[in-house]
Each structure stands twice: as C-alpha cells, then as structure tokens.
Ligand binder design. Structure first.
Ligand SMILES: CC(C)(COP(=O)(O)OP(=O)(O)OC[C@H]1O[C@@H](n2cnc3c(N)ncnc32)[C@H](O)[C@@H]1OP(=O)(O)O)[C@@H](O)C(=O)NCCC(=O)NCCS
Length: 163
C-alpha cells in the first residue's frame, strides 16, 4: 500500500452561519461547530484511506471564541498520525466576519477515525509522509496523545472490568 503525504488529504471547508445554526441571541451552537469539524475530519480520513470511515473518538474540543450568525466558519483539517487502521486528525475552526474581515480562532479538536472494509471491520490504511517540520511536530504530539489514549483504555479495562 503506497504511503501518502499529509497534503494529499488535507481539507479546508467553509460555511456561512445562518439563523438555524444559532441560539436566539445569535451565538452559533457548539453542536453546529462539532458537526462541521466531524464532517471535515471525515473527508480527510476517507481521502487518505479511500475507505468508509467512522469516528472512533474525539479527544478534546476547545471553544476559544464565540461565532455568530453571518460569520463565515472556516474548518481546516489534516492528518497528524496514522496507525494500522486508525487516523488522528486535527481540526482548527476560524471565523471571518464578512463585513469587517476580522478573523478569530473559534475552536480546535483532535479526532480519531477508523477505516472499515465492506464487512465493517477495521482495515489497514496507507502510511503517512511528513513533508514539513510542522507536520512532524504535530505527529510527535499526536503520538503522545495516542499513547495516553491507549493507556487510559487499558486502565479502564483492568480497573473497571470494561469490555
Ligand atoms: C471504532 C471501531 C470501528 C473500533 O472497532 P474495534 O473492534 O474496537 O477495533 P480494534 O480494537 O481492532 O481497533 C482498531 C483501531 O481503532 C482504534 N480505536 C478503537 N477504539 C478507539 C477509540 N475509542 N479511540 C481511538 N481509537 C480507537 C484502535 O487503537 C485501533 O487502531 P490501530 O489499528 O491504528 O492500531 C468500533 O468501536 C465502532 O464501530 N465504533 C462505532 C463508530 C461509530 O458509529 N461512530 C459514530 C458515527 S461515524
């Protein structure tokens, strides 16, 4: 299976926020932003693996600033790490006020997707080629998160008899 570069699957998706995306005060719902993040990250996972992919987990999502009706939300998503069948994708959401041009960092998140075969079983994904120092740095941080994730899962299984 041929390795692929990070840039081959990276995406930038943008969408204008409408009244149905927000509460009565005009603040965009966190759930709207999470859905956009999940969709963008899903595109990255499918592009890299060319397989059906599911969201296995969302490690962390931080909302830094509010977004409002009329803002353009820009979601940038790219691969940080691939395992055998899983992929960690980082997503950054920015808003652009279309009238003033002001941009803000709205949210960031890390998601893990798993590629599935036609029997819905995890299937191998291509390896990842890092072309820039930034990509290598993100991979290093993602390795630490993966290690932590697996340790937590293992600890839950042993201490709580989780299946
Ligand atoms: C995600 C899922 C396919 C994993 O299945 P599984 O039988 O536990 O798979 P395995 O134990 O063989 O692990 C497969 C890979 O998934 C990773 N994985 C499993 N659970 C995970 C979790 N909670 N978080 C992050 N990674 C996870 C494993 O580390 C492994 O990675 P690797 O192959 O790169 O080493 C399965 O739990 C599932 O289908 N969940 C529901 C997904 C879903 O419906 N999402 C919402 C809608 S898309």
């Amino acid at each position: 299976m041929h390795e692929k570069t990070v840039s081959q699957s990276r995406v930038i998706v943008s969408q204008v926020m409408l009244p149905e995306d927000a509460n009565p005060a005009g603040n965009v719902h966190g759930g709207t932003i999470m859905k956009l993040i999940d969709n963008a990250a899903g595109v990255v996972a499918v592009r890299h693996s060319r397989s059906n992919c599911v969201t296995a987990s969302v490690d962390q999502i931080d909302f830094h600033n509010p977004a409002f009706i009329g803002d353009l939300l820009i979601i940038k998503a790219g691969l940080n790490l691939v395992g055998k069948t899983s992929m960690e994708i980082g997503a950054r959401v920015e808003s652009e006020n279309l009238l003033t041009g002001e941009t803000r960092h709205i949210a960031s998140a890390y998601l893990t997707f798993v590629a599935l075969d036609s029997n819905l079983k995890p299937v191998r994904v291509p390896g990842l080629i890092f072309e820039t120092d930034k990509e290598k740095e993100r991979n290093c941080a993602a390795e630490i998160r993966r290690k932590h994730r697996l340790e937590v899962k293992h600890t839950h299984k042993t201490l709580c008899n989780n299946t």
